[in-house]
Design a protein around this ligand. Structure first.
Ligand SMILES: CC[C@@H](C(=O)O)C(=O)SCCNC(=O)CCNC(=O)[C@H](O)C(C)(C)COP(=O)(O)OP(=O)(O)OC[C@H]1O[C@@H](n2cnc3c(N)ncnc32)[C@H](O)[C@@H]1OP(=O)(O)O
Ligand SMILES: [Co+2]
Length: 142
């Protein structure tokens, strides 16, 4: 069901300081800050040769990462995001197998459908699924 690792997300208390750390100290390519009020976070993406790192800070009072940052005030690894071909099919299969899917698919930071799986069902790791449309040519060759 799951495909490539799309990103690893790190929750941080200060997004601009974290962006500088990745760009200036680690020498990585870091995007501009994007506010995503519908997700309650502000994010930047760090582009690596084989995947991305999502640095995110809370946006608004109802942010889903506030509790995590209270427990981990200096920040920490928050979730991993795996790509899937069909998010509804993946969700249906996971529910049938007893996993807790958190809410409905929503449009994520890349403009594609995402949803989350409860960390208690996956060895203490919050999982995000992102539906990534495959180019027609790649499905033709499968
Ligand atoms: C930018 C858009 C998008 C993208 O395109 O990439 C994003 O990435 S948005 C990212 C932010 N959005 C989300 O995380 C949405 C899904 N998350 C949630 O609904 C909640 O965060 C949660 C997973 C239900 C946790 O809620 P919270 O209130 O923080 O915790 P609880 O107190 O209910 O925790 C229960 C239990 O789970 C442990 N926990 C919580 N978060 C994590 C985590 N990130 N990784 C591992 N474990 C986590 C928490 O410690 C509790 O454990 P116990 O104390 O042992 O019960
Ligand atoms: Co994410």
């Amino acid at each position: 069901m799951i495909g490539r690792l799309n990103h690893v997300a790190i929750a941080v208390p200060d997004l601009r300081a974290a962006s500088r750390l990745y760009s200036e100290t680690l020498g990585a390519e870091v995007s501009a800050v994007t506010d995503l009020p519908e997700h309650g976070v502000s994010v930047v993406f760090v582009t690596l040769p084989n995947t991305k790192i999502e640095l995110m800070a809370p946006l608004g009072d109802g942010s889903p990462i506030l509790g995590f940052l209270e427990r981990n005030p200096s920040g920490g690894m928050h979730h991993v995001c795996y790509e899937v071909d069909d998010i509804i099919a993946a969700s249906d299969q996971l529910v049938a197998k007893g996993a807790r899917v958190l809410g409905e698919p929503r449009t994520g930071a890349h403009g594609l459908p995402v949803l989350f799986l409860h960390p208690k069902d996956f060895h203490g790791t919050l999982i995000e699924l992102e539906e990534v449309a495959r180019p027609l040519s790649s499905s033709f060759h499968q």
